[in-house]
Design a protein around this ligand. Structure first.
Ligand code: FAD
Length: 470
């Protein structure tokens, strides 16, 4: 083993878990290597997840606005046309720029980037194989596994990459599918459904549960469903796809609905029923790294150490919401722990966002969870229709809901459906993280007129409920 292949830390994977871990470790003075099997860095998030989906959501929103919303502002545009190829090219450009930025960031921090597929070859040993170079063995005091996740494949609707597809292909259709079926009403299905619905697809979402985005507060989820239906979405709830078969240029889908069996034809079928940790081929079993047999997650302790000392795991590989910012927060806590610092992640303060329009963002407990936990709570809701800025922009759909403890007034959960909810939620995350009360949120000054005044007003309603019992 040459000196040049010895590292303090080797990170496998360059997603928001992996690259953030590398940068933090370098900042703390560790000698770091990052192994990535794909030519482009940044993981699922930058290449086929968060970023391309948001680029398409923003572009398709502009198109929908130009077609349907500008006239109300007194702006007339004739003959709005869709140039899908240009929309896709812009998305690819955004992805290219950001992945290149990750490379520059790692280089600036003197992180050694190794192209190839890595697997554990023993305690502290990582073997890297690639098509165009001989295998390399790296030695490290610590190894962080950050290989992320992959879409769940359902045997009765196997991906063929063309007609029955995962989110990756649904980010790059060459033509607008006339009829797009989506199996799974989670955030990925609803976001990609929004993109294609806005540019002209008839979107049908088939969801097994009685609600879409079922982890949301029920009031928010029902409102989201209603607003998406108004935009043209069709929902088949409490319905299960029994089988999907490609016939000619279409997909025939058999669906079990509450009203009996139904058959539907789609031009494309997106299967978005969840993702699984990607542990295949990492050599974990031989090393003794334990995984949960049901979920496939790698078992870790509070410091993200697996059942093998010196081997850590973060991000989509471990339990918790599969979100980029959760992966990055774990990366920082894990690396700081390796460097001997005190660091942890507060899982009560993880924001989750759905980038439909209106957007949905939440943090903390839902009303249903508080009921189940028998926590006494107060509710404050406030509609965007009552916010001056929302009126000016013509974005009055939705509301803010603040849930606070009935005794202490502490903010336990905030749920927003409305314009720019994704940015507004940061204030609520801070409130939950710092143990602020609804009264605190109601008292601090908010700029006027802003969307965030709706959050302030909802907090005031929750405060009144705590003080006056209403
Ligand atoms: P990943 O980002 O998956 O990175 C893992 C990396 O490891 C990959 O680059 C992979 O090539 C590499 N790798 C795997 N195996 C090996 C190996 N053996 N050797 C070398 N390299 C390997 N999250 C949000 O927070 N906000 C969003 O808006 C959002 N939108 C999404 C939209 C879509 C369509 C999808 C699919 C996901 C979205 N996510 C979003 C989820 C987010 O992308 C993931 O939670 C996040 O990427 C997980 O980060 P990670 O670092 O754990 O893994």
């Amino acid at each position: 083993m040459t000196e040049e292949n010895r590292y303090d830390l080797v990170v496998i994977g360059s997603g928001p878990g992996g690259y953030v871990a590398c940068v933090r470790a370098a900042q703390l003075g560790l000698r770091v290597a990052c192994v990535e099997r794909y030519a482009r860095l940044g993981g699922v998030c930058l290449n086929v997840g968060c970023i391309p989906s948001k680029a398409l959501l923003d572009s398709s929103e502009h198109y929908a606005t130009a077609r349907h919303r500008l006239a109300e502002h007194g702006v007339r545009v004739d003959a709005v046309e869709l140039d899908l190829a240009a929309m896709m090219a812009r998305k690819d450009r955004v992805v290219g720029e950001l992945t290149e930025n990750v490379r520059k960031l790692l280089e600036r921090h003197k992180v050694q980037i190794l192209a190839g597929t890595a697997r554990m070859a023993g305690p502290g040993k990582v073997r890297v194989e690639s098509a165009d170079a001989p295998p390399v063995e790296l030695q490290a005091r610590a190894v962080i596994l950050a290989t992320g996740s992959e879409p769940v494949q359902v045997p009765s609707m196997p991906f063929d990459g063309r007609f029955i597809v995962s989110s990756t292909q649904a980010l790059g259709f060459e033509r607008v599918p006339e009829r797009l079926g989506i199996v799974g009403g989670g955030y990925i299905g609803l976001e990609l459904g929004s993109v294609w619905n806005r540019v002209g697809s008839q979107v049908t979402v088939i969801e097994m549960l009685p609600r879409v985005a079922s982890l949301l507060d029920a009031q928010v989820s029902r409102t989201l469903e209603r607003l998406l239906r108004r935009q043209g979405f069709q929902f088949l709830l409490e319905s299960r796809v029994e089988e999907a078969v490609v016939e000619g240029d279409a997909v025939r889908v058999c669906i079990k609905t509450p009203n009996g069996e139904e058959e539907r034809g789609f031009d494309r079928l997106l299967v978005a029923v969840g993702r699984r940790p990607l542990t295949r081929g990492l050599g974990l079993e031989a090393l003794g790294v334990e995984t949960d047999p049901k979920s496939g997650h790698i078992r870790v302790d509070v410091r993200y150490q697996t059942t093998v000392p010196g081997v850590y795991a973060i991000g989509d590989l471990v339990a918790g919401p599969m979100l980029a910012h959760k992966a990055s927060a774990e990366a920082i806590a894990c690396v700081e722990g390796i460097a001997g610092l005190e660091s942890e992640v507060n899982y009560d303060a993880v924001p989750s966002i759905i980038y439909t329009w209106p957007e949905v963002a939440s943090v903390g407990k839902t009303e249903e969870e508080l009921k189940e936990l028998q926590v006494p709570y107060c509710i404050g809701t406030y509609p965007f229709a009552g916010a001056g800025r929302a009126r000016c922009m013509g974005e009055t759909d939705g509301f803010v809901k603040v849930l606070s403890h009935a005794g202490s007034g502490r903010v336990l959960g905030v749920h927003i459906i409305g314009p720019r909810a994704s940015d507004m939620i940061a204030e609520a995350v801070l409130a939950v993280e710092c143990g602020a009360t609804a009264q605190d949120l109601g008292r601090i000054m908010h700029g006027h007129p802003t969307f965030s005044e709706a959050l302030q007003e909802a907090a005031r309603v929750a405060t009144a409920c705590a003080i006056y019992g209403r």
